[in-house]
Design a protein around this ligand. Structure first.
Ligand code: FPP
Length: 251
């Protein structure tokens, strides 16, 4: 798919500070569709169409890491037809979008339980991850069959299986065994669709991130909304539990 904007893309606004990692809960596909008398699957299709638009805009802002929550471990509880529809759509999206993303230097990573996905989809995801592994542009983490608590449990189990003592189970050791190991924690988490919760997404990694909630449904979340979220972020004063202007105990 080649996204042809109906009007010339708006200039990218200057930001005094930009996040190193933005995570997005892409919510509202179903309500977007229902509001238009369409099926929920049409909503997911429209949501999938929006992926490239949003990735491109964050790329123009030179955000190095973007994580997109496309399917949670809890989403298996949705009606069978909807789950099957999302799985089919995911395969098609990967086939359709990967060449263009690869050409722009995007490195695709998968976070979550890959083994739990249908075999054909696993193969496609693995192939896309391998194909783009050497790219040095933006990292796009596709959180597909992802759960934040499961991510922490898996990290701790890996440490225990490797013989770690209680003292060796530290914050650093757990972070180094999460699916996002080696990546910066998200600085900004965006949720579309009007809900104010994180729904088991990156629960460890988001400990100190800033939140941006919008009532816009995911298929309508375009470049102007990306700009607005980043401008708002650049105005936030982050304290990380400290008192600004005061030296900490460490001096
Ligand atoms: C949340 O909206 C969206 C999902 C659970 C699926 C997300 C899927 C996409 C954005 C498209 C597919 C992308 C890939 C990579 C396959 P919702 O269904 O919870 O909406 P609602 O809250 O309005 O019901």
């Amino acid at each position: 798919m080649v996204v042809q904007p109906a009007v010339a893309a708006a200039p990218v606004p200057h930001l005094d500070s930009r996040p190193q990692h933005v995570a997005i809960i892409m919510d509202g596909n179903g309500r977007w569709a229902e509001g238009r008398g369409l099926s929920r699957q049409e909503g997911h299709r429209a949501g999938a169409e929006n992926l490239r638009v949003v990735i491109e805009r964050f790329g123009q802002h030179q955000v190095p890491v973007l994580t997109l929550f496309a399917f949670s471990t809890e989403n298996w509880g949705r009606p069978r037809a909807e789950v099957d529809g999302i799985m089919r759509l995911a395969g098609r999206v990967i086939d359709r979008e990967m060449t263009a993303l690869h050409e722009t230097g995007v490195r695709l990573c998968h976070i979550g339980d890959l083994e739990g996905l249908p075999k054909g989809l696993q193969k496609r995801v693995k192939a896309a991850v391998e194909r783009t592994a050497g790219n040095t542009g933006m990292t796009v983490n596709l959180a597909f069959n992802y759960g934040g608590r499961a991510d922490i449990v898996a990290a701790v189990r890996t440490l225990v299986a490797a013989g770690a003592t209680a003292e060796q189970i530290t914050e650093e050791a757990i972070a180094a065994h999460l699916t996002t190991a080696g990546q910066p924690d998200p600085d900004l988490l965006i949720r579309t669709g009007g809900e104010h919760r994180i729904s088991n997404f990156l629960v460890w990694q988001a400990a100190y991130c800033e939140y941006h909630f919008t009532t816009t449904q995911w298929p309508d979340f375009g470049p102007a909304e990306v700009d607005a979220a980043l401008v708002e972020f650049s105005r936030r004063r982050r304290r990380f539990g400290l008192v600004p202007g005061e030296p900490g105990r460490g001096g």
